[in-house]
Design a binder for this molecule. Structure first.
Ligand SMILES: Cc1cc2nc3c(=O)[nH]c(=O)nc-3n(C[C@H](O)[C@H](O)[C@H](O)COP(=O)(O)O)c2cc1C
Length: 163
């Protein structure tokens, strides 16, 4: 019971198609509204990182569902601890930008995954920092955001080819 934060990483068993990613984004939004869990998810073909905030009972249920989802491989919980207040105001999901910034790039994801082999908590803190940065980059209009229900162009790759 009580407000908690949970950070996990996993390896997609196969690269997810754009339509699948959009479906997941919608699903997460719908469920998040029902159980008052908010999350930030970063997808890349090699790694998925996600931070969730909510009541621990709700987080356990979401984690159970995710663990049964065959699209995830090798799910590792990096952090799970009580928090005083939430910082995620809008559930968001995005794809690793093709124009990476200093914090969110392929190398940093690999580095966090390597750290997780030795020190789970340190990897969790690094993942949390990276997801926070990613969230703020998305909120300020970075092209990689997926906004379920929006009718505008949704550019998953960060390139403008399809915009
Ligand atoms: C990368 C990825 C991340 C996901 N994250 C969440 C999530 O944060 N919350 C959620 O409810 N479902 C999430 N899902 C979807 C669940 O794994 C699951 O498919 C969905 O909740 C339906 O579960 P059910 O069929 O047991 O009801 C995610 C799926 C994938 C592939």
């Amino acid at each position: 019971m009580g407000l908690h934060t949970l950070v996990f990483m996993s390896n997609p068993r196969r690269p997810l198609e754009e339509h699948e990613l959009k479906a997941i984004a919608c699903e997460i939004h719908e469920r998040a509204a029902k159980v008052n869990v908010k999350s930030v998810l970063l997808y890349s073909p090699e790694y998925i990182f996600e931070v969730l905030e909510g009541d621990s009972d709700d987080l356990d249920r979401v984690l159970g569902r995710i663990s049964r989802d065959e699209r995830h491989g090798n799910i590792q919980v990096l952090l799970y601890r009580p928090i005083e207040s939430r910082w995620i105001t809008d559930t968001s999901m995005g794809v690793l930008p093709s124009q990476p910034n200093k914090v969110v790039n392929r190398e940093s994801l690999t580095m966090i995954a390597d750290t997780a082999l030795q020190n789970t908590e340190r990897a969790g803190e690094a993942a949390l920092g990276m997801l926070t940065e990613f969230y703020h980059a998305m909120s300020s209009g970075a092209p990689c955001i997926i906004e379920p229900g929006s009718s505008g162009a949704q550019d998953l790759t960060g390139s403008n080819e399809h915009a």
